[in-house]
Design a protein around this ligand. Structure first.
Ligand SMILES: [Fe+2]
Ligand SMILES: [Fe+2]
Length: 296
């Protein structure tokens, strides 16, 4: 089996053609048995067009996607209507996925010969925040993280708070995501599994320097604040419980490459696509290895 993994395609107007061209070139050159996209395809209102575009590049074999934070982004009116992530999935993603034969990993597993793909969006539990982060003498608080901005004076915002369904606590969503993935991992029975998430579940997969390596007199950039939103540490703990059956963990979201690397007995890889610069890796089940693919 050859499985092509990619992530963060972000099929936006300005970069869509270039991204799809590269995606199509990979599927034609490597002829994978299945293709998996680890989230941030586009946004909720574009769900139908996006799945159609991806499907047209890979029309015959199994195609599965998990959603990313951007895939839950909505315009104002629709946002008031969708109070839960599951409503966004039911309303925007599930109908075109069904019509096009695309497996939505957020709701079901993809069993393949010899292994099963289990996954979901993931979200962030703030567990990767820089401990004791302060700007000047002012400590960053939980309220700052829940507002999405390091201080009222900073223009920078974590935009999910303006665009995803409103009024959800990140830790609540993150734990719901963990429960969903645990359930689907249980449902996969004795099968060996590749876990596919949008947000990294392990610090090693963030693709940014670990906080322990920061010097003591470190004066943090404003970007240190946004580390809180890079992944779901509780998800890593849950996957660890299942590690005997997990071959690999694939993720995206940070737009930084990490791995392939050993994580206990598992392989970890963050695809590391960026806007208009998609990346991909091919998993070969004969050798249990990931190969990063060149841009064609
Ligand atoms: Fe992304
Ligand atoms: Fe993302």
């Amino acid at each position: 089996m050859k499985i092509l993994f990619t992530a963060d395609l972000h099929l936006l107007k300005a970069t869509r053609d270039r991204t799809l061209e590269r995606f199509r070139a990979w599927t034609e050159r490597y002829r994978p048995d299945a293709v998996i996209v680890a989230g941030d395809l586009s946004s909720a209102p574009q769900a139908g067009d996006t799945l159609e575009e991806i499907r047209s590049c890979f029309p015959k074999n199994p195609l599965a996607v998990c959603l990313g934070n951007h895939d839950f982004w909505l315009h104002d009116n629709a946002r008031n209507d969708c109070r839960m992530l599951s409503t966004v999935i039911d309303r925007y993603w599930a109908p075109p996925a069904k019509a096009l034969g695309v497996v939505l990993l957020d709701v079901q597993n993809l069993p393949l010969p010899g292994l099963t793909i289990v996954g979901g969006y993931g979200h962030y539990d703030l567990g990767f925040a820089v401990p004791g982060l302060a700007y000047g003498d002012v400590l960053v608080t939980d309220e700052d993280y829940l507002r999405g901005s390091p201080s009222t004076a900073s223009p920078l915002r974590w935009r999910d708070f303006q665009l995803m369904p409103d009024g959800l606590h990140p830790r609540t969503v993150a734990l719901e995501q963990v429960e969903g993935v645990k359930l689907r991992l249980s449902e996969s029975g004795d099968a060996r599994v590749i876990v596919v998430l949008h947000t990294p579940p392990f610090e090693e997969l963030l693709g940014v320097p670990p906080v322990t390596e920061l010097p003591a007199d470190f004066s943090p950039s404003v970007y240190a604040f946004f580390r809180a939103y890079l992944g779901n540490r509780s998800m890593g703990a849950a996957i660890w419980e299942f590690r005997k059956k997990v071959i690999a963990v694939v993720c995206g979201h940070t737009h930084r490459e990490a791995g392939p690397m050993k994580l206990g007995g598992m392989i970890g890889i963050n695809i590391g696509s960026d806007y208009g610069d998609p990346k991909a890796a091919l998993f070969l089940s004969d050798s249990n290895q990931f190969e990063r693919l060149p841009a064609l």
